[in-house]
Write a protein that binds this ligand. Structure first.
Ligand code: SF4
Length: 81
């Protein structure tokens, strides 16, 4: 469909964090909320294993741009916004 949206995935056990760099408005909410997970100076810049799944899911729901989402592998790879 000519849609070249870039999608990056960062896995930690049952949870995959999905990040769409083209949507990110760099508001820094994620970095402020969970600095141990989101560190733009490091590679990979998202380390989902450094927080609980609950902490990550709560934080992702606050991402203002929708750049972040997650996939819970135990729910048949269903993507939740
Ligand atoms: S909270 Fe969302 S929009 Fe803000 S920097 Fe993180 S990913 Fe980008």
């Amino acid at each position: 469909m000519g849609n070249k949206e870039i999608i990056k995935k960062y896995s930690a056990g049952k949870l995959d964090v999905v990040w769409k760099p083209t949507k990110c408005i760099h508001a820094g909410e994620c970095v402020k909320t969970l600095p141990q997970v989101y560190n733009p100076k490091e590679k990979p810049w998202i380390k989902p294993e450094n927080a609980t799944h609950e902490e990550i899911m709560t934080q992702i729901s606050k991402c203002p741009s929708g750049a972040l989402s997650y996939i819970l592998n135990e729910t048949n790879n269903k993507e939740i916004k």
